[in-house]
Design a binder for this molecule. Structure first.
Ligand SMILES: Cc1ncc(COP(=O)(O)O)c(C=O)c1O
Length: 502
């Protein structure tokens, strides 16, 4: 605060000295008008401020009195002084304008590519959560239990634990993850191969960066996870689309010679939900071996997709250390957790760790420790059961109410074992237009066509169904019905003709 006041004109040399309080008052006033002190921010206690500035407390209180009279600040009993938004006083915002003019160095080609490929709707969190795809039931996360684990961590903290931490993650978490993966995924791996990250996308970023040169070929499923597709394009990769059929990724006819890796979601193809058949898995491993390429297995959803019919991972089947396995807790628990992991072949371990160390260092130790205990004490298993039960219940409620109110406009496909369903549009409107229309009404649903890496006739909405409680599901579907019936103003009886219009 001392520096801020001096920058705004406060001087201990104010003459005569009895006018020191005016210098302080002026400095505060200037700081408030120039928005260096934001409305509602708390001022330091008068005693502390007097001490910092080396002046008497009565001088500070005199300055505060003037500011109070002129309504620049207010006093809250028992709490302190707060900045007011001064009425009738013109605030001068000193923040440089967004369109600042000047000659700056140009962006790198990579920087430009990242900007160009960031068109996926992601930053729409101010629009609520219904029906954003991929969210678990957020309202059943055991907040108190998690808080207790965090409290335990801080109760036992030692000063050295506040220092820099191991980049690849806490040993206890990696040990617990190795156990968890052995039991739940039939994966045998050395904890030393596990790298804790902030999630699957972070893992993918690290791996792609150490592997890809510009123009390298990358095979992706069509459709695929758009953020992954965007990342590969930003890194200059040439995208080779592999079509998806009822057995998962079909390797026939993929236009590539020498791919660096295949990015695949075999447990639960994203976004179709198709589970890759055993035949295809074997074919893929054989193909990868012949092409001498890597496989990136994004197992973002295995807890859901393997609930009823467990099928192992590609990583577990791979005898050649070609598979890089990505796992995440952000989908099962909640995305703001930012905790995931990858299992990396030894060959890549050092390079991935080096890039990680030179960029984001490591994941918050507090979260890692809490998650380690969450797994060790079997809370994860219990939470998984709750999540499964609640999401299945909500899927039924969603489908019932969706079909009742919106069934004329959509064909709802609920076959995906994960956290979203696909509503194929029957009316004459594009999914992109409908996505925007719904977003304007704070309803989130992603256009299916955006998941495709080649032009497509697919026209639908990918919708998460379980992040909110049943009442909110029904209310939001009611709102959606109003929007849809307005933007698709066609008598539902004419729906046979709609395909023609499309
Ligand atoms: C297929 C797929 N992979 C990975 C992720 C990213 O997960 P994370 O939040 O752990 O980065 C998502 C998120 O929606 C996803 O759908």
């Amino acid at each position: 605060m001392k520096g801020l006041l001096i920058r705004n004109g406060f001087s201990l040399d104010a003459k005569p000295q009895p006018h020191l309080y005016l210098s302080l008052y002026d400095a505060f006033k200037r700081a408030i008008l120039n928005r260096f002190l934001e409305p509602d921010s708390k001022l330091p206690p008068s005693r502390v401020l007097a001490n910092d500035l080396g002046i008497s407390r009565s001088t500070v209180l005199k300055a505060f009195d003037l500011l109070l009279v002129e309504r620049y600040i207010t006093a809250v009993k028992g709490s302190g002084y707060y900045v007011l938004c001064p009425k009738n006083k013109k605030l001068r915002l000193k923040i440089p304008s967004v369109a600042a003019k000047g000659n700056y160095p140009s962006l790198s080609n990579r920087g430009k590519a990242f900007s160009e490929n960031a068109h996926w709707p992601g930053e729409d969190s101010n629009k609520g959560v219904a029906f954003r795809p991929g969210l678990p039931p957020l309202d059943i996360f055991p907040v108190q239990l998690w808080k207790k684990l965090i409290d335990d961590y801080w109760r036992c903290i030692t000063p050295s634990e506040l220092s820099y931490s191991n980049t690849i993650g806490l040993q206890c978490l990696r040990n617990n993850l190795a156990n968890y993966l052995r039991i739940y995924r039939d994966i045998q791996c050395d904890p030393e191969q596990i790298i804790v990250t902030t999630g699957s996308l972070h893992s993918l970023y690290l791996v792609s960066n150490i592997l890809l040169e510009t123009h390298d070929e990358v095979v992706v499923e069509n459709p695929t996870y758009p953020m992954a597709h965007g990342l590969f394009k930003s890194l200059g990769a040439q995208i080779c689309a592999g079509q998806v059929d009822e057995q998962g990724l079909n390797l026939n006819g993929i236009p590539c010679k020498n791919p660096k890796f295949v990015y695949t979601t075999p447990s639960c193809q994203y976004p179709t939900g198709i589970k890759m058949s055993m035949t295809r898995r074997k074919e893929l491993l054989k193909w990868a071996s012949e092409k001498e390429t890597f496989i990136i297995e994004d197992d973002y959803n295995h807890e859901f997709s393997n609930w009823e019919k467990p099928l192992g991972s590609l990583f577990g089947m791979d005898q050649q250390e070609r598979t890089i396995y990505l796992g995440t807790f952000n989908k099962l628990i909640h995305p703001s957790m930012r905790l995931g992991y990858m299992i990396v072949p030894y060959y890549l371990l050092d390079a991935v760790t080096a890039l990680y160390r030179q960029s984001s260092r490591f994941v918050s130790r507090e979260n890692q420790k809490a998650m380690s205990l969450f797994i060790e004490r079997d809370y994860l298993n219990k939470h998984l059961r709750n999540v499964m039960e609640v999401s299945l219940e909500r899927k039924e409620i969603f489908a019932e109410h969706f079909n009742k109110g919106l069934g004329d406009y959509f064909h709802l496909d609920t076959s995906n074992p994960g956290l979203h369903v696909i509503a194929h549009i029957r009316g004459p409107i594009s999914d992109v237009a409908l996505e925007k229309e719904l977003l304007d009404h704070n309803i989130l649903a992603h256009a299916l066509s955006k998941y495709y890496v080649q032009p497509t006739n697919e026209n639908g909405l990918v919708m998460g169904f379980c992040s909110v409680n049943p009442k909110q599901i029904k209310d939001t579907l009611g709102k959606m019905e109003k929007v849809v019936s307005r933007v698709i103003p066609i008598d539902p009886k004419q729906q046979e003709n709609w395909n023609i219009i499309l």
